[in-house]
Design a protein around this ligand. Structure first.
Ligand code: 5AD
Length: 411
């Protein structure tokens, strides 16, 4: 029998109910779950998807997370750092394209030179204005540029030439003074995923003591998220789905963690193995076949969600997005790039299950091939223009309007 998910996922929702929903597999039930989440997105946030142009500023990283392709001890990675000129050109592209915001993302570093450079770049990006070319342009490579005026209440419409880019940072754990410095320079959002809200699991995939005794601490991570909120940032977090040792119960805990800590944004997606990492090696050792039924994984000691066939992992990620939309109907939820590794239309499917943010890559094509957090990163051969074109076409087919020149924050 079909359930009314809005009823079940309201108020003091029970853990067992969330878990039951995450275990749904019937097509009809799933479609009902996604459709309900989509309705809630329409009701609370309107029809638009908001773009944040992703700038992968550097793959130099001090951390050694067991899942991540750019971990410090992966010496097969060609390390790079974009120049200031490249970063500003990419930001200008985002601004001229009507993206509204950029995300500066990179490996974690906390040296003075890096911190100062980010401060300077934030100021310079805030100083950018649309080029005359972009203002005059009636049509771009995508044909007629359709400017969708955002009439939805609570979302500011900045569709004018004075608009300056919103800046999101995704640069790891820093101390409070650094967060303040970056906020004062003009950044307003910060993404710091908890990766898993289960402390024991967090510690398994982030062994303590790399590179120094304080790094990879769960408590430090939580304090950092709270410090970001205190510094005034719209704060985002998120988790990976389908990790070794992860359970459905953990994912329920993740959803409740987002609500408890009161985040403004969530980006979560499937864990995708990278063969030059410890967890990737484990995956390839175990995964001689694709496992469709989590039950089959019980007993090998790595948890029911590892390894999981792509279809099931995608479905589980979409269910997480949908459930979160029911529980936190106002927040920004990203349709993350990792979804696209599992299915070419993975992100679009997340939009239909309640997500409302996409982060099109605007990184210079010469660099983005070296920012491989996981294997199978899509669109490596597409430059920023092609990425925009393809995305616009896909969204048009689904009748999802894009919130151009708009920040798209919920508060
Ligand atoms: N699979 C999926 N996501 C990953 N990330 C890092 N490595 C992987 C991987 N192998 C995610 C982490 C991090 C974000 C920037 O990328 O969640 O916070």
């Amino acid at each position: 029998m079909l359930k009314n998910y809005s009823e079940i996922l309201r108020g003091e929702v029970r853990r067992s109910d969330i878990e039951r929903i995450l275990r749904i597999s019937g097509k009809e039930e799933l479609e009902k779950l996604y459709a309900g989440a989509y309705e809630l997105k329409l009701k609370h946030r309107g029809p638009h998807v908001y773009f944040r142009g992703l700038i992968e500023i550097s793959n130099i990283c001090m951390k050694d997370c067991l899942y991540c392709g750019i971990r410090r001890s992966n010496n097969k990675v060609l390390r790079y750092e974009l120049t200031d000129k490249q970063v500003l050109e990419e930001a200008q592209f985002a601004l001229d394209s009507g993206y509204g915001s950029v995300v500066l993302q990179g490996g974690e570093r906390s040296d003075k030179i890096f911190i100062g450079r980010i401060t300077r770049l934030i100021r310079e990006i805030k100083g950018l204005r649309k080029s005359q070319d972009a203002i005059n342009r009636k049509s771009d490579i995508t044909g007629e540029t359709k400017v969708v005026r955002n009439t939805f209440p609570s979302v500011a419409d900045y569709g004018n030439c004075d608009f300056s880019l919103g800046i999101t940072l995704s640069l790891g754990e820093q101390n409070t003074d650094v967060y303040r410095e970056w906020y004062d320079a003009g950044a307003r959002r910060y993404l710091l995923r908890i990766e898993s809200s289960n402390k024991a699991l967090y510690e398994k995939i982030h062994p303590a003591g790399m590179p120094d005794k304080d790094s990879h601490s769960y408590e430090k991570r939580i304090s950092a998220i709270n410090a970001l909120k205190k510094a005034g940032f719209l704060t985002g977090t998120g988790v990976m789905i389908g990790l070794p040792w992860q359970s459905y119960e953990d994912l329920v805990g993740d959803i409740l963690f987002f609500r408890k800590i009161g985040v403004d944004m969530v980006g979560m997606g499937p864990y995708i193995p990278h063969r030059d990492t410890p967890l990737g090696k484990l995956y390839y050792k175990l995964n001689s076949r694709h496992i469709a039924d989590p039950q089959e994984n019980c007993g090998h000691g790595y948890g029911e969600l590892f390894p999981l066939a792509n279809k099931q992992k995608l479905e589980l990620s979409l269910k997480m997005v949908a459930v979160l939309r029911y529980i936190m109907p106002h927040i920004n939820i990203a349709a993350t790039t990792a979804l696209q590794v599992l299915a070419p239309d993975g992100r679009e499917r997340a939009l239909l299950a309640g997500a409302n943010i996409i982060m099109p890559n605007v990184t210079d094509i010469s660099a983005k091939g070296n920012y491989n957090l996981y294997e199978g990163k899509p669109g490596l051969g597409d430059d920023a223009c092609a990425t925009k074109y393809i995305l616009e076409k896909n969204l048009e087919k689904l009748d999802i309007p894009i919130g151009w020149d708009t920040l798209g924050d919920w508060r």
